[in-house]
Ligand binder design. Structure first.
Ligand code: ATP
Length: 305
């Protein structure tokens, strides 16, 4: 399968401010890619560069192997885009607005718009200016998904949505993937990215600091265990486990965290009498918080800003 998105040393500075620093990234056809990072990391900058809404100061971005500037009209037809700050004419009714946008995308069956609106619980007859933030976001989602584009670029798509609608959104992404569409979505929420993404990239201070499949990231995430022993415990053997942290002993119960997966722990436990063992789901949030910590360079940069 080909690459739908190719970023090569893509860079953007805003005056003296860092936006994006030499980003190399590819997203393949049919892939759901989760793009995570703290506020100001460079997620929206990447997306705007991809859509040629802003111009790079270095490197290049290709969509479907083509330059987004030269082929803007053709490419935009193949893309569904939800901006982080999605804005439309507030005087229009939702249905009118979506019909207008559908015409710009070469026409969309009315039933498709109605189906998406029903699933997202969006009133097509309401005036946009009367909508809450969450309901406006639903308009943004419908216009991005309605023409079943080859590529969906979604900048914080669940911002303002209640948990039920967030689930509907995740279903839409799964359906898009099943139909062979490619999705790039930025988010602050690990759980939603984990639920649908094949791969995750984490950006911090304009640089990609992690890029892997969700499955492999999970292998490297912290695993927490609670073990209750019936006999004596070799505490030294537990304390010597590679990647161990947060070891606590409470009578015959030991709690610990491992950054390496359970294998070495199981080998030690095999030499003990174990009454019970509880393992919690690997916590990706914890892993991500570690990536989110600003570096010294970042702190310096921020203090200059
Ligand atoms: N128009 C602009 N002028 C100056 N600096 C900008 C501009 N747009 C973005 N920046 C800076 O570029 C950096 C990256 O911003 P960007 O909006 O891409 O981050 P983000 O990851 O999308 O953040 P958020 O999660 O808060 O939306 C930030 O330091 C930001 O202040």
């Amino acid at each position: 399968m080909g690459d739908v998105i190719q970023l090569e040393k893509l860079s953007k500075t805003y005056g003296s401010r860092r936006g994006l620093v030499e980003l190399d990234l590819t997203v393949s056809e049919g892939e759901v890619f989760g793009y995570l990072g703290p506020n100001g990391a460079g997620k929206s900058t990447t997306i705007r560069l991809l859509l040629d809404l802003i111009r790079p100061t270095g490197g290049r971005a290709l969509l479907f192997g083509r330059d987004p500037r030269e082929h803007a009209v053709d490419l935009h037809r193949r893309i569904g885009y939800l901006a982080g700050d999605f804005v439309v004419d507030p005087r229009q009714r939702v249905g009118e607005c979506l019909t207008f946008l559908a015409a710009l995308r070469g026409g969309v069956p009315k039933t498709r718009i109605a189906e998406l609106a029903t699933r997202l619980d969006l009133d097509l007859s309401a005036r946009i200016k009367t909508l809450s933030k969450g309901n406006r976001q639903k308009v943004g989602l419908v216009q991005a998904f309605m023409h079943q584009p080859d590529l969906l670029i979604l900048d914080e798509p669940t911002s303002g949505l209640d948990p039920l609608v967030q689930q509907t959104f995740l279903d839409l992404v799964r359906e898009a993937k099943a139909a062979g569409q490619t999705v790039l979505m930025s988010s602050h929420i690990m759980a939603e990215v984990e639920a649908v993404a094949d791969r995750v990239g984490i950006i911090r201070e304009g640089r990609l600091v992690a890029l892997d499949t969700v499955a492999r990231l999970r292998d490297h995430a912290v695993h927490r265990f609670e073990i209750t022993f019936t006999g004596s415990v070799d505490h030294a053997a537990l304390a010597a486990l590679p990647g161990i942290s947060d070891l606590t002993v409470d009578g015959s119960t030991v709690r610990l965290a491992l950054a390496t997966g359970p294998d070495t722990l199981i080998q030690v436990l095999a030499r003990h009498q174990v009454a019970s063992l509880r393992a919690s789901k690997p916590d990706l949030e914890e892993l991500f918080f570690a990536y989110y910590q600003p570096t010294d360079a970042g702190s310096r940069e921020n203090s200059h800003a």
